[in-house]
Design a protein around this ligand. Structure first.
Ligand code: XIL
Length: 393
């Protein structure tokens, strides 16, 4: 009778010299409970970015298909706790949504949107018109020759109607056109431009607005801190505004490095864009700590596939000095964002943690990078705390 309860009373266990393995079980259970207790308490006490910056801007994160499919539950828990906006890393790109003519694959995107709605998040659609991750068939006739302007416009409209229409009233803001400018601020020489002409951008915005009149519409691009590219965006936005075409915001991607670009360069663009009367968003933030290879914006195969160990110096871990440098860089960026909180409506990280980040494979494939606020085990890094500390200062 008595032994039934002994397992809960170690002193009794000793007294009655209860079988040894019961003692081991008891100790293991107690140990496990203690560990769970400490992990749970630490989790509970972790500040939440969305709460810390609630008065300033949305804090967003790009989520991937695996996370939304439920393969990474601890990632999902962290996303819910920390962020109040989501972006789809890949599932809404043309090649994923309409891989073949008139054949749509909305499964993963539906999961993404459902997740955002269930968690009351500001949901981003990314993206509608881009020169990457768009299938070749879009630009070709059955005979392999390029389509006419009319046909391409029709395909663009059909795609936008289908995709924006499906999530009407659910997706809050769309990256309508992505990366349409060169580093000199001219229109990039894409198939969109070649076949349709320079008005392809305004057409995309028009179609998106028609498909969901309440959705916010953005132009999104990288290296917008560069003066020539900044001027290019300003020209583009002014042109749309002059024609009365809806554009609500500019997304500055923010795939930056520890020491490049400078805060001043970023600030100059934030100020210039906000003068246009549109919202400014840091739409794809991550800070690579790795060496910057040559031609990193447009890496040739020799760089993409480089195995040069000098380009991958932290394969076995990150030295404290670099951890601190990252924390300092993030703190100064967030001080800048808070200074311009009237212009900036959202700061979105491009990925949740250092394990899932695309920067492990960009611009060089297979490196070990550390660009985000959470490490490979979803633990907050020094950079996380340094960002939290900037709030209200
Ligand atoms: C990246 C994704 O993160 C990768 O998973 C994918 O292989 C390539 O695209 N600018 C953009 C994003 O607008 O869509 C890109 O996302 C990163 C650069």
């Amino acid at each position: 009778m008595e032994t039934k309860y002994l397992i809960f009373y170690p002193s009794d266990v000793m007294k009655h010299s209860f079988p040894k393995h019961s003692l081991t079980i008891w100790l293991s259970i107690t140990g496990l409970c203690l560990v769970l207790f400490f992990v749970f308490t630490a989790e509970q006490q972790l500040p939440s970015l969305k709460k810390v910056f609630i008065k300033d801007f949305y804090v967003g994160v790009a989520v991937n298909q695996g996370q939304m499919a439920g393969y990474l539950p601890s990632d999902v828990a962290l996303v819910k706790k920390q962020f109040d906006s989501v972006s789809p890393e890949n599932v809404l790109k043309w090649s994923r949504v309409q891989p073949k003519p008139h054949t749509f694959n909305f499964g993963p995107a539906d999961k993404y949107v459902k997740f955002g709605m269930k968690n009351d998040m500001f949901i981003i659609g990314h993206n509608l018109v881009w020169h990457k991750q768009v299938p070749d068939w879009v630009f070709k006739n059955d005979d392999g020759k390029p389509v006419s302007r009319e046909v391409l416009l029709k395909r663009m409209k059909y795609h936008i109607d289908k995709v924006v229409g499906r999530y009407k009233g659910k997706i809050n803001g769309w990256d309508v056109v992505n990366e349409a400018l060169t580093e000199q601020g001219k229109l990039r020489d894409t198939k969109w431009l070649k076949i349709i002409g320079s008005d392809y951008i305004e057409k995309a915005f028009e179609y998106a607005h028609k498909a969901d009149p309440d959705a916010q519409l953005y132009y999104n691009d990288f290296n917008l801190w560069k003066p020539a590219k900044r001027e290019g965006v300003i020209r583009l936005v002014k042109e749309l505004q002059k024609k009365g075409i809806r554009i609500d915001g500019i997304g500055m991607q923010g795939h930056w490095y520890l020491h490049k670009p400078s805060d001043d360069q970023i600030e100059a663009s934030i100020q210039a864009f906000s003068k246009l009367g549109v919202k400014v968003m840091i739409s794809e933030l991550d800070i690579s700590v790795l060496p910057i290879p040559k031609d990193h914006d447009n890496p040739p195969p020799s760089i993409r596939h480089s195995r040069d160990p000098a380009l991958n110096p932290y394969a076995n871990g990150l030295p404290d000095s670099v951890k601190n440098a990252l924390a300092t860089r993030y703190a100064s960026l967030f001080r800048l964002f808070e200074k311009h909180k009237d212009a900036i409506t959202r700061v979105t990280f491009w990925g949740l943690n250092d394990k899932e980040t695309w920067r492990n494979n960009w611009p060089v494939i297979g490196r070990k990078d550390y660009p985000l606020l959470f490490n490979r085990y979803n633990q907050p890094k020094e950079a996380f705390y340094s960002v939290v500390e900037t709030s209200g200062k």
